[in-house]
Ligand binder design. Structure first.
Ligand SMILES: Cc1cc2nc3c(=O)[nH]c(=O)nc-3n(C[C@H](O)[C@H](O)[C@H](O)COP(=O)(O)O)c2cc1C
Length: 176
């Protein structure tokens, strides 16, 4: 049975595509990616390892009704998750953003995800260097690193594959 659950939120589908790429690269250890608005808490909690992806929408927000999306997403799921114990779980995050269009809030949506998961007791792995991106500010930095892999399909899609490979290589000891 797959021990890694991959869940994503998305508005226009780019984060789904990256989730699928990550699953292909992880192979049978990882289950097929599922949109976070198509699962429930029990399924989410059934995996010891979680790989979670989100775009940043609105003004540095998680996707969901509050960010102007048509469907529920991470915003609503995070509200459900608050107060749940994630102790013993290992979680890695990946975030999509647009450093040219939103340089003052680049991938900031990863921050509420990270904070909620940490507050629930999860061990968050897979921090990622900020070098290689041009932006003014991001809420997703922790001790000078991003809280997860950062993908910019709008401006740097040509770097995506090698970024995923390098991130997964660094993660493997913690998640496989
Ligand atoms: C309305 C809107 C608001 C956005 N706000 C941000 C933002 O604050 N920060 C950021 O880095 N990217 C922002 N983006 C860029 C998206 O995060 C980026 O295009 C992402 O790849 C979309 O992923 P998706 O197709 O999975 O929804 C925004 C995009 C839209 C359409």
């Amino acid at each position: 049975m797959a021990t890694i659950g991959i869940f994503f939120g998305t508005d226009t589908g780019k984060t789904r595509k990256i989730a699928k790429l990550i699953q292909q690269k992880l192979g049978e250890a990882a289950a097929s990616p599922v949109n976070i608005n198509r699962t429930d808490l029990a399924t989410f909690l059934s995996y010891p390892v979680l790989v979670l992806g989100t775009p940043t929408l609105g003004d540095g927000q998680l996707p969901g009704l509050e960010a102007g999306c048509e469907s529920e997403s991470w915003g609503e799921f995070m509200a459900q998750l608050a107060g749940t114990s994630l102790s013993g779980k290992t979680v890695a995050l990946f975030g999509l953003g647009d450093q040219v269009g939103y340089p003052d809030n680049f991938v900031s949506g990863m921050r509420p995800l990270y904070d909620t998961l940490k507050n629930c007791g999860a061990q968050v792995v897979g921090l990622w260097p900020k070098e290689g991106y041009t932006f003014n500010a991001s809420q997703a930095l922790e001790a000078d690193k991003f809280v997860g892999l950062v993908i910019d399909q709008d401006n740097q899609y040509d770097l995506t594959d090698e970024r995923i490979d390098a991130w997964l290589e660094s993660l493997k000891p913690a998640i496989l």
